[in-house]
Design a protein around this ligand. Structure first.
Ligand SMILES: [Zn+2]
Length: 135
């Protein structure tokens, strides 16, 4: 898959370090790792504002769509239109829908169909892939 923003692994590592990204952010965003549940800094944050891709700054979610799914990862019921790309993921013997940043291809997490109204969706994101910005 092709994304508008392309950088080498070394460049991404530098960008993430400069932003003070969470430990493991490179492995999560560029190698599709999953952080351990209940370890991310945004799991229990309910401040107003918006959530952006830690790699490229793309506006992904609004704080008003974040909800407590109890699963240990920041969860949202709606993404900003056009901000994410969904990919069928057949790893680990499961069929899931992977969610990546539409601008830089960063792995963000997965989307499941057990979320709350009005969408019924649960965007289960890695905290390390996100950057919160207040209003
Ligand atoms: Zn991005």
């Amino acid at each position: 898959m092709d994304f508008p923003i392309k950088k080498t692994d070394a460049e991404w590592r530098e960008i993430l370090a400069a932003k003070g990204a969470e430990r493991g952010a490179f492995e999560v965003t560029r190698q599709a790792h999953t952080e351990r549940p209940f370890t991310g800094k945004y799991e229990e944050i309910w401040a107003d504002g918006s959530y952006h891709c830690i790699c490229c700054g793309n506006h992904l979610f609004d704080a008003g769509t974040k909800f407590d799914a109890g699963c240990g990862w920041p969860s949202f019921w709606k993404a900003v239109p056009g901000a994410i790309t969904e990919i069928t993921d057949r790893s680990h013997g499961m069929v899931r829908t992977e969610v990546v940043c539409s601008r830089c291809g960063a792995h963000l997490g997965h989307v499941f169909e057990d979320g709350p109204a009005p969408t019924g969706l649960r965007y289960c994101m890695n905290s390390a892939s996100l950057e919160h910005q207040g209003n």
